[in-house]
Design a protein around this ligand. Structure first.
Ligand code: 13P
Length: 254
């Protein structure tokens, strides 16, 4: 299936940034921008940090923009200080959740198997769609292990048999570095991930799962990336903190 048949999905990962007032103003700017012509045909999701979710959900109510959590614990409740569960995210207004972002894998020692449990927990809850993040480090790419790493992360994430999901290819060496993957490098990884999904899940399930690119996406490089047949959208970090930049990325995608 070609990219033309998958609606672009453009997501903002705010990471640990913004305060309530900034978040509210941002959402108002975003709504105004999306309401202005020409009409945008893209799905848009914001991933704020946990304390900002209620503000963002309130500001975006009755809009097409969706909200997601940046992480979740595989269990539904219990003694897990500092964690949040799938039911809590859904209750707060989230429709999405990030699973396996490289900053969680690296800074919190999250294993491939742990990410798989999170994906399964989101899928079990049904109201939440997991956005599964995979990507190789610079060293792994230098050693020629990119596809092996992507396969290992993908298969572990899907081990619990997820329902609907989206994937984000985020090469670690491109995150927050200003060194974006070229459209050709990103397309090669996306095509590989699509092929492996077809082998694991079949043509139909693989064809409907969007594969986003993440890693130093800006309004300047977004058009070249989205033109690739297997790049269905973006997971944007730094540039998503400025609503005008995020809107520009949405506009060149949808
Ligand atoms: P940057 O866009 O800042 O490189 O971050 C990418 C990312 O990690 C999104 O999840």
């Amino acid at each position: 299936m070609s990219a033309e048949r998958r609606r672009p999905l453009i997501a903002a990962n705010w990471k640990m940034n913004l305060l309530k007032a900034d978040a509210a103003e941002y959402c108002r700017d975003l709504r105004r921008g999306l309401a202005a012509p020409p009409e945008v045909d893209a799905r848009v999701v914001i991933f704020p940090s946990f304390p900002l979710i209620p503000v963002v959900a309130r500001e975006l109510v009755d809009s097409e923009v969706e909200v997601g959590g940046q992480d979740l614990h595989p269990e539904e409740r219990g003694a897990h200080t500092g964690d949040v569960s799938a039911p809590q995210l859904a209750d707060a207004g989230c429709a999405w959740v990030l699973c396996g972002h490289s900053e969680r894998r690296q800074n919190h020692g999250e294993s491939d198997e742990w990410v798989g449990l999170k994906v399964a927990a989101a899928a079990r809850h049904r109201q939440l769609t997991p956005l599964i993040c995979v990507g190789e480090t610079g060293l792994e790419r230098k050693e020629g292990r990119t596809l092996e790493v992507l396969e290992r992360q993908l298969l572990a994430a899907l081990a619990g048999g997820p329902g609907p999901f989206a994937l984000a290819y985020e090469p670690v060496w491109a995150i927050g570095t200003g060194e974006t993957a070229t459209p050709e490098i990103a397309q090669e990884a996306h095509r590989y991930l699509r092929q492996r999904m077809v082998e694991e899940l079949g043509e139909v399930a693989a064809a409907v799962a969007p594969i986003l690119y993440g890693g130093s996406v800006t309004p300047d490089n977004a058009a070249g990336l989205i033109a690739q047949p297997d790049i269905d959208g973006f997971l944007v970090g730094g540039a998503s903190l400025d609503p005008q930049k995020f809107l520009a990325i949405i506009r060149c995608s949808g």
